[in-house]
Design a protein around this ligand. Sequence first.
Ligand code: ADP
Ligand code: ADP
Ligand code: ZN
Length: 217
Amino acid sequence: MRLILLGPPGAGKGTQAVSISEKYKIPHISTGDIFRYNIKMQTELGKKAKGYMDQGLLVPDEVVVEIVEDRLKNQDCKAGFLLDGFPRTVNQAKALEAVLSKMNTGLDKVVNIEVDKDILVQRAVGRRICKNCGATYHVEFNPPEKSGICDKCSGELYQRDDDNEKTVGKRIEVYVEETKPLIDFYREKNKLVTIDGKNDINIVFDEIIEALEGNSL
Ligand code: ADP
Ligand code: ADP
Ligand code: ZN
């Protein structure tokens, strides 16, 4: 299965990606996670990306495309992959088509998760992430058993620098301008399935699987 998860910041892409990649045994490739890892490790890539991320802007296309192209050549992507947060511009989507066609393959489906703006802001601002294993929680909607501590590994939870109201607002604007056009781009290619992301996490997951496997609800 070769999939893209599309949706605004805070829609629940990362949360769903964990379950989808487990179910289909495909690697979860999050460009945001790759950048955050590089920032933590203070690599050149991390230094390049940080300024854009802190402002809620997109990292330039050529930087992102190169990373994804390298990652897709990895052996573990042979049987499929799940891209989360890429592509985010029409340019990136076209570059991805070229990369996949060079590899003699293509996409199966693009899962578009839709959520209203007011909920997105609440979700992103309340998001907490485990420093150790990367698991995602929400202070209100998906809290850990013990506040500030990861259920899975007892790691410490933190809030992303860009998950404040101001930057989230900017990221949503950037989504509308640069990423939303991808909905039409993939609809025209008959790849798009749209899921209502405002339901509970488990319901959203069930609806994604039903949409991918073609069963009617
Ligand atoms: P994205 O990767 O699209 O930015 P995340 O998966 O990180 O989004 O989710 C954003 C925040 O919303 C997280 O704190 C997550 O726990 C929470 N969340 C995700 N899906 C849901 C849902 N269906 N209902 C309520 N909260 C959710
Ligand atoms: P979210 O889904 O909550 O917006 P991500 O973790 O996907 O968060 O992305 C965080 C930031 O990383 C983005 O605001 C952007 O600066 C950068 N980024 C991630 N993926 C891309 C991409 N495909 N193109 C450009 N910038 C990206
Ligand atoms: Zn953890």
